[in-house]
Design a protein around this ligand. Sequence first.
Ligand code: ARG
Ligand code: ZN
Length: 471
Amino acid sequence: MHRRLIVPSALAATLVLAIPASAANSSAGAPGIGDPYYPAAGNGGYDVSHYDLRLKYQPQTDLLEGTATLLATATQDLSRFNLDFGLEVSEVRVGGRKAKFTKEGDQELVVTPVAPLAKGSATSVVVRYAGKPSQLKIGGWTAWHRTPDGGVAAQEPDSAVWWFPSNDHPLDKATYDISVSVPDGSQAISNGVLVSQSSRLGWTRYNWRSNKPQASYLATLAVGRFDITTEKTADGLPILNAYSKDLGDTAGAARASIERTGEVAEWLTEVFGPYPFNALGGYVPNVTSGYALETQTRPFYSPRQFAAGANVSVVVHELAHQWYGDSVSVKGWKDIWVNEGFARYSQWLWSEKEGEGTAQELADWVYAQHPADDAFWTVAPGDPGPQNQFHLAVYDRGALALQALRNEIGDEDFFAILKGWPAEHAYGNAEVGDFVAYAERVSGKPLAGLFDTWLYEPSKPAAPAAAEARI
Ligand code: ARG
Ligand code: ZN
């Protein structure tokens, strides 16, 4: 037997407003955003527009404590949702009210608000937490670099889990305010503009703002003892570079490279169009790892990048990513070529401009370097698989694909595409197929065959026409 609750219609309307999502119709947000390479990455059911991180870090003990406030909108009627996070959580509030939370596995925080969130409604999520990131091991390792004087978060495809709760996938970008308090004498380096810095009670607080959409893996934090230099670009944007005081013999080469950030950005602006963000720079912490990463507005450079002397080429690579990777991001991690193929090709263009070998010469050289039986040719840059996401083939064969495109359609259309693509998808996401379609549209030529050959065939392609003519 059904019991009916009879209410006057005006009161009924009020009830509808007061109970925005019925528990019966709402459901749990998915624990992953749906990326086949990394099923646990990101989450379903909501979209974050802004992260506000207010943190304190103790370099001696590696203790990170703080509060993250996320502004989010439910994309479905939502009874509960996940955040990607690994440190110890003491309290979660949703819309100001204490929420239930549990940890599932190493890196999923499951949050159940007191009442379901209605699709389309905006809310705040406050997470209070503490922990030692270097001790958080996921799959046996940590993305957090501990240094003698602090720590650094900079990893791809994933580093946020070690230092703040997020929807950890490039499909959900947001703006960031990152405020970090460190003992006087230490510095905290992060993304965007250093809005303010103040000292009290023996602690110095650094307030950083990145005001354009930013993927979670491109958020960075470095605490240590740094020398900081500041400049402005010709367009008036602030450049801030930070060098660990502990770089030893590589300090000169690091500076001689990264101090050219403004010059490189000016040249890339001619090739790719307007610089997409509010600040520039780079930082070199005293880490032992060897790579660099295009952390938004302020790339991370390992000192080993400068072990043999100045390396402006790596600066070109990481700054090229600000357009290709950071402003225009992958839709899924299988699309990594739309980042790395273009960042590598930019290095070839820089070499061409500097008179150190044209892109065609470098393409011919790379092509000849790898005989047909080299495993290099079995990796498809257009879908390399998670284990080969940063395989040399994604970079070098990926750049060969662009040289093949340039030879097929000519310089005029090729450079129109290099400049048009970052404008077409500014602050958004794109996949490999979107680029192929865009290149076909601009050039008016069918190009699916060319891209199949260079991005997907698991064997060494015949040399492109222009390269053949040269031999
Ligand atoms: N996107 C980075 C680059 O600029 C690659 C980082 C790869 N990560 C790593 N741990 N090797 O090339
Ligand atoms: Zn890269």
